[in-house]
Design a protein around this ligand. Structure first.
Ligand code: PHE
Length: 350
C-alpha cells in the first residue's frame, strides 16, 4: 500500500493552507486522522502484514500521524490567532465617534409648577390635603355658602354626573370644609389642596379639566394682613423679587371680604398692552377671609377664630412662568413639545 507519498503530503498541507475556518480544518482532521481517516485506516490495515513489514510501515505511519496532527493543530492555532486579531481590530474604540445621548425623562411642566407651589407652602408650614374629584353638591356648593339657585352658581359652569347630588368639583374649595372637618376643631388649620377641577369651558386659555391649589389657614386672630403677606411672599418667590402685586376687592360667596390678586403683566412689564387690556396687571388668584358661615360649616366658631383662603389655577401660573399663550398643547402628549420645557432650568425646582 503506497501511503503518504510526497504528493499526498502536499495535498494535506495545501488544503490546510486553503482552509479559512476551523470547521474546514476539523473536516481535514477527520479525513486524515479521524476514526475513519486515511492514516487511521492504514494503521488498522497493518495487522494483515508480516511482522517485518508491519514494523517498518508502522514506524512510517506513526510518524505520519504525528506529522499530520502537528500540521492540523498548527493551522487551527493560526486561524484562532487570526480570528482574535480580527476581533481586536473590530472592537477598537473610536474615541472620535459622537456618543449616543441617553433619553432622560422629564416631569410634565404642570407637575413641575405644582411641586414648586407645594414646596413653597410646605416650607411655610402648610400640609397637603386632598378631596375627591366627584364631589357632593354640599361640599362643592352649599357648605361654601353657595345655596341652590343662588346666582353665584352661574360663575361656574358645572359638569353634573348621573348620581343625584354629585358633581365634578368645580374648584378645590370643597377641601376647605373637608380639611376643617379632618382637623376636628384643632388649631391651626393650615393646608394646601392641589387637584383637578372641572368646568364647562374650552378655549386657548380654559380647559374643561384643569388644576388648582387651594390654601386655607384658620387660627385665632388671622387677618387680611396674613393673607397679603403669604400671597406676596408666594408671588415674589415664584415670579421674581421685582414682581408687582396688588389686591382688588372682589366677590366670592365663601369669603368676606374677597380680594383678587393681580401681578404686573409679563408681556409689557406693567406699562399696559393687549395682554393686560392696557391695565398693566393680570389677575392670578382669588382669595379672602373665610366667610363665618363656612367656618361654621367646617365646625369652627367664627366668634373665636378667623381664617383666610385662596385658590389659584396651576395652568395659568404655568403659562405665566413658561410664557405660553395657549394651554391646550400641555394636554396633547406631544413629546417634542413637552421636552422643549427642558430648557427652563433656571430654578432648582423647575
Ligand atoms: N374657588 C375659587 C375659584 O375657583 C377661588 C377662591 C378660593 C376664592 C378660595 C376665594 C377663596 O374661582
Amino acid at each position: 500500500m503506497a501511503l503518504l507519498d510526497s504528493n499526498e503530503w502536499q495535498d494535506l498541507s495545501g488544503k490546510l493552507a486553503a482552509a479559512s475556518t476551523s470547521v474546514q480544518v476539523q473536516e481535514l482532521r477527520a479525513e486524515w486522522i479521524g476514526r475513519r481517516g486515511r492514516i487511521t485506516l492504514a494503521l488498522k490495515a497493518l495487522s494483515n502484514l508480516s511482522p517485518e513489514e508491519r514494523r517498518q510501515q508502522g514506524q512510517v505511519l506513526n510518524a505520519a500521524r504525528e506529522q499530520a496532527t502537528r500540521l492540523i493543530d498548527e493551522r487551527l492555532e493560526q486561524l484562532r490567532q487570526q480570528e482574535e486579531d480580527r476581533q481586536l481590530l473590530n472592537e477598537r474604540l473610536d474615541m472620535t465617534i459622537a456618543g449616543v445621548e441617553p433619553k432622560v425623562g422629564l416631569l410634565h411642566p404642570l407637575t413641575r409648577v405644582r411641586r414648586l407651589l407645594e414646596d413653597l407652602f410646605l416650607r411655610m408650614g402648610f400640609s397637603l390635603a386632598y378631596g375627591p374629584e366627584i364631589e357632593t353638591t354640599w361640599y362643592n356648593f352649599e357648605a361654601l355658602n353657595i345655596p341652590e339657585n343662588h346666582p353665584a352658581r352661574d360663575m361656574q359652569d358645572t359638569f353634573f354626573v348621573d348620581l343625584p347630588g354629585m358633581v365634578l368639583r368645580t374648584h378645590t374649595s370643597p377641601v376647605q370644609i373637608r380639611g376643617m372637618e379632618a382637623a376636628a376643631g384643632s388649631l391651626p388649620v393650615k393646608i394646601i389642596a392641589p387637584g383637578r377641577v372641572f368646568r364647562r369651558d374650552d378655549d386657548a386659555t380654559h380647559a374643561p379639566m384643569f388644576h388648582q391649589i387651594e390654601g386655607l389657614v384658620v387660627d385665632r386672630g388671622i387677618t387680611l394682613g396674613d393673607l397679603k403677606g403669604t400671597l406676596v411672599a408666594m408671588a415674589t418667590e415664584l415670579l421674581g423679587a421685582s414682581i408687582g402685586t396688588r389686591f382688588r376687592p372682589s366677590y366670592f360667596p365663601f369669603t368676606e371680604p374677597s380680594v383678587e390678586m393681580d401681578v404686573t403683566c409679563a408681556a409689557c412689564g406693567g406699562t399696559g398692552c393687549r395682554t393686560c387690556k392696557g391695565t398693566g396687571w393680570v389677575e392670578i388668584l382669588g382669595s379672602g377671609l373665610v366667610h363665618p358661615v363656612v367656618l361654621q360649616n367646617g365646625g369652627y366658631d367664627p366668634q373665636e377664630v378667623s381664617g383666610f383662603a385662596f385658590g389659584l389655577g396651576i395652568e395659568r401660573l404655568a403659562m405665566r412662568i413658561f410664557g405660553l399663550d395657549d394651554l391646550r398643547p400641555l394636554y396633547q402628549n406631544d413629546l417634542e413639545y413637552l421636552m422643549a420645557f427642558d430648557r427652563y432650568t433656571g430654578r432648582p425646582m423647575l
